[in-house]
Design a protein around this ligand. Structure first.
Ligand code: CP
Length: 305
């Protein structure tokens, strides 16, 4: 039995296979319409979500399966003090696979140790968000045609942004990757990733504060929102929240083929005037999230079509 807790749980070859499968699902959805007949996905979300939970549910429904679950800790027995390990033991009796989001780092890992079904980390605190990474890789691969030899600007809340942490871990395994880390000093990438991953693997990167400085060099600009829910102090959040606002004026500095990605939700960091720029790929990215989660469910359940 396999789980997906970190993007490192899949080898580069397995990731490539997953992306090929996701592309085939996009091109031939009917072929997969009954692949999960009789199977059930549990979505156990202890934290709010729109895309991840609903795209998982859409993915299972598209595969002919069914879904059950809860969308907040308050509506589950966590509110009565039940542990994650007890909850997953019970969910294992009701469903064939589980996607779990939790505000505490490591909770889906704990769940995987007590589960008898595959557990997917759908975001754990400020730590990792591996299925967003699968979505990001599929988007880059489909729209850029490659996952290597790219200069990627990661902009915004690099401290708490779990999508950035997971994406870095996945992309460092491809050749020719260079990062521009664009953040205010207070929200810079944590040491355990900057030193523990980038320095350790000799991955080229620069830390910059001004987005304008980075824009002309980028193949991909990955914008993130400031993660209000992870701040201890509301004043700090208010000071940081509009640090970066991507608008038409800044986009004049970007190459014509640069892609703008964002895991969403967006707050103010991308002006809506950018949405019809052909380089804006963030809504397409959300669509790719369904195909890649369909591919992931099939892979973890060991179903071949
Ligand atoms: N990208 C993402 O995780 O969005 P949700 O929080 O809406 O699931």
């Amino acid at each position: 039995m396999r789980h997906l807790i970190s993007p490192m749980d899949f080898s580069v070859e397995e990731l490539d296979d997953l992306l090929v499968l996701a592309k085939d699902i996009e091109d031939h959805p009917q072929k997969y319409a009954h692949a999960c007949d009789g199977k059930k996905l549990a979505t156990c979300f202890y934290e709010p979500s729109t895309r991840t939970r609903l795209s998982f549910e859409a993915a299972m429904l598209n595969l002919g399966g069914s879904v059950l679950g809860f969308s907040s800790a308050d509506s589950s027995s966590a509110a009565k003090g039940e542990s994650v390990s007890d909850t997953i033991r019970v969910i294992s009796c009701y469903a064939d696979i589980c996607a779990m989001r939790h505000p505490k780092e490591g909770a889906p890992l704990v769940a995987s140790l007590h589960a008898t079904i595959p557990v997917i980390n759908a975001g754990d605190g400020g730590h990792q968000h591996p299925t967003q990474t699968l979505t990001d890789l599929l988007t880059i691969n489909n729209l850029k045609g490659r996952l290597d030899n790219l200069t990627i600007g990661l902009c915004g809340d690099l401290k708490f942004g779990r999508t950035v942490h997971s994406l870095i871990r996945a992309l460092v395994r491809y050749p020719g990757i260079r990062f521009l880390l664009i953040s205010p000093p207070e929200l810079r990438l944590p040491d355990y990733i900057r030193e523990g991953v980038l320095d350790q693997l000799n991955i080229p990167y620069e830390e910059v504060v001004r987005l304008e400085e980075a824009m002309p060099e980028l193949d991909i600009l990955y914008m993130t929102r400031v993660q209000r829910e992870r701040f201890f102090n509301e004043e700090d959040y208010i000071r940081m929240k509009d640090y970066y606002i991507l608008n038409r004026e800044k986009m004049t500095l970007a190459p014509d083929d640069m892609l703008i990605l964002h895991p969403l939700p967006r707050v103010n960091e991308i002006s809506t005037e950018i949405d019809d720029d052909p380089r804006a790929a963030y809504f397409k990215q959300a669509q790719y999230g369904v195909y890649v989660r369909m591919a992931l469910i099939l892979t973890l359940l060991g179903i071949e079509v």
